[in-house]
Design a protein around this ligand. Structure first.
Ligand SMILES: *[C@@H]1O[C@H](CO)[C@@H](O)[C@H](O)[C@H]1NC(C)=O
Ligand SMILES: *[C@@H]1O[C@H](CO)[C@@H](O)[C@H](O)[C@H]1NC(C)=O
Ligand SMILES: [Cu+2]
Length: 129
């Protein structure tokens, strides 16, 4: 009898913990936001200052929308960003509708096509908290 009771208590405790875990997970998911880079202009020229008034968190998603073939999204390091050089690219995306989930830290993206980065200010840096 006593053992049965203990088992029931343990089971309800386990269920309680599971519900708590789900609630916490839900809270984390609810916090993640999706941003369309450049808003309605999309990923294009003079996008450089787009991140300025925004706050990004780890887990947020950046959606890069642009005409496939005309632009691309190259993730670079701070030097690549400063010099508009994609030689040491971390990754290159070119679907025209690329989603990048941000990890904590500062991330640098440039367009690697022609001189779009250098002459078109087609570059952003984003810091996720
Ligand atoms: C990031 O971009 C902002 C806005 O253009 C700029 O002011 C800042 O200097 C850039 N940061 C780095 C590390 O290049
Ligand atoms: C990025 O997300 C959008 C939905 O927001 C989706 O339509 C698109 O296919 C995704 N891109 C890729 C390359 O999966
Ligand atoms: Cu471009």
């Amino acid at each position: 009898m006593a053992q049965g009771k203990g088992g029931a208590t343990q089971a309800s405790l386990a269920i309680g913990l599971m519900i708590l875990a789900l609630l916490l997970l839900n809270g984390e998911l609810a916090k993640s936001e999706k941003f369309t880079v450049g808003d309605h202009h999309g990923w294009g020229f003079n996008v450089k200052n787009w991140p300025k008034d925004k706050t990004f968190h780890a887990g947020d998603i950046l959606e890069f929308k642009y005409q496939k073939g005309y632009h691309n999204v190259v993730k670079v390091d701070s030097n690549g960003y400063a010099d508009c050089k994609s030689d040491n690219a971390i990754s290159t995306l070119e679907s025209g509708n690329d989603n990048i989930t941000l990890a904590r830290g500062t991330h640098y993206f440039i367009c690697g096509i022609a001189c779009h980065c250098w002459f078109g200010n087609m570059k952003i840096n984003v810091t996720a908290l």
